[in-house]
Ligand binder design. Structure first.
Ligand code: HEC
Length: 137
């Protein structure tokens, strides 16, 4: 019955809110950006900043960006010449094994846990670039 289902869905949503944690499945394309932010700070911020280049290139806008394309960052020739768009799927592959995706790259850091990867990529997807000043409302 549709009504029963809706009530069930409502109860489930309430439970999730109370729990304060996402119950994301281990599927690669589902992740919790909130958990991903914590993971990013613990693991990626050693070498990456959101808005400036560091040991690695800046991360803002990475989803949808051309690989190896941040101005002023000294990429490995391999990544600089790779020319693909960073989608969530590509990022999951990169974090699984950067060398398998782009042989000759110089990141050499992996995230072994699939849920951790999904959460980190969900967080990266929130780092969007404002295209133009927000229109007045
Ligand atoms: C030990 C330092 C180090 C750590 C830790 C690290 N990275 Fe990197 N990352 C790099 C370097 C260096 C590059 C540039 C690779 C190249 O030029 O071949 C890079 C490149 C990248 C790129 C390619 C960006 C572009 O502009 O093409 C992505 C995406 C990325 N890292 C994501 C991550 C994420 C997410 C984490 C955390 C899970 C992480 N990195 C952790 C050093 C690191």
């Amino acid at each position: 019955m549709a009504g029963g289902r809706q009530r069930l869905a409502g109860a489930l949503a309430a439970l999730l809110l109370v729990g304060g944690a996402s119950v994301a499945s281990a599927q690669d394309d589902v992740g919790s950006a909130a958990r991903g932010k914590t993971l990013w700070e613990a693991r990626c911020s050693v070498c990456h900043a959101v808005d400036s280049n560091s040991v690695g290139p800046m991360h803002r806008g990475v989803v949808g960006r051309m690989s190896g394309s941040v101005p002023g960052y000294d990429y490995s020739p391999a990544l600089a010449h790779s020319h693909f768009i960073w989608t969530k799927a590509k990022l999951l592959k990169w974090l699984t094994n950067p060398e398998a995706l782009v042989p000759g790259q110089k990141m050499n850091y992996e995230v072994d846990n699939p849920q951790d990867r999904a959460d980190i990529v969900a967080y990266l997807a929130t780092l969007t670039v404002p295209k133009e000043p927000a229109p007045a409302k």
